[in-house]
Structure formats: C-alpha cells, structure tokens
Design a protein around this ligand. Structure first.
Ligand code: ZN
Length: 147
C-alpha cells in the first residue's frame, strides 16, 4: 500500500466514523438531496449563504463509508468559501474523477477526494454530496435572478 492509499484509507475511515457537520440546519437558505441508486447512498446538504459566502454547511444521510466521508470532507472544504470558489472546486474534482485531467489538489482533504479515482466503482459515491451541494447553490442563483 503506498502512502496515498494509506492516507486515503485513514481519512475516509475517520470521517465515516466521526462525520463532521452531521446535523440539520433548521434555518438553512437552501437544501438539496442526492441519491446514488448504484450504492443506495442518500445525502441531504444544508447551506446557509450570505453575501455569496457559505456561512454554514452541513449534511445528513446514510450510505457507504465513501459517500459519508466525502460529504463530511466537503462540508469542511466549502465552509467559508464563496459560491464561485465552491463551483471551481466542484469542477476541479469532477474533472479529476471523470477525465484524464491531471490536477494537483492544494489540500490533503482534496487530495483524498481525488484519490477516489483509484477506485472507479466508487466515484459516484464520492461525488454524490458535491452534486447535491452544487444543485443547492444553483437554486440560490435562480432565486437571486428571479427576484
Ligand atoms: Zn456508496
């Protein structure tokens, strides 16, 4: 097992056992739920957004270790980011996992998430929370433009 594999396993197991931000935000600006029928994973993302910045983000759900750990990592990565930064991180992660794009993640958390590429059957588990998070953010943009 190389060092990235080892890091990957340790971080995924840790976040699965002790998910960060695993709660509901009652006053969330936006929520979205994602479902991955291939594995049975379901996660709901809660976002509080003010002035284009993600003030708070949390999730609830159930699924395999990778889907829960990925959601947990995502909440840690996205908290405090602008919506544009969140979109850019999603695009980077998505390109990294679904194409041959070579990316150099800047943080250990992102490195672990892109490491899922080595486990192709689990990529949908890893991106589920991100798809839900981005869907929630796009609702926000729609609301802003229609008001
Ligand atoms: Zn899964």
């Amino acid at each position: 097992m190389n060092s990235l594999d080892q890091l990957y396993q340790e971080v995924i197991l840790d976040h699965n056992r002790h998910p960060r931000n695993f709660r509901k935000i009652d006053t969330a600006s936006f929520t979205a739920t994602g479902f991955n029928p291939l594995c049975g994973d379901q996660v709901t993302i809660y976002l509080t957004v003010q002035h284009d910045i993600i003030q708070d983000i949390s999730f609830q759900g159930q699924g395999c270790a990778i889907s829960i750990a990925s959601a947990s990592l995502m909440t840690e990565v996205l908290k405090g980011k602008t919506l544009a930064e969140a979109q850019a991180l999603f695009d980077m992660l998505h390109a990294s996992l679904t194409s041959d794009a070579i990316v150099s993640p800047t943080t250990t958390k992102l490195q672990v998430l892109t490491g899922v590429k080595n486990y192709p059957a689990r990529i949908k588990c890893a991106t589920l929370a991100w798809h839900a998070g981005i869907a929630a953010i796009h609702q926000e943009h729609q609301k802003i433009t229609t008001e």
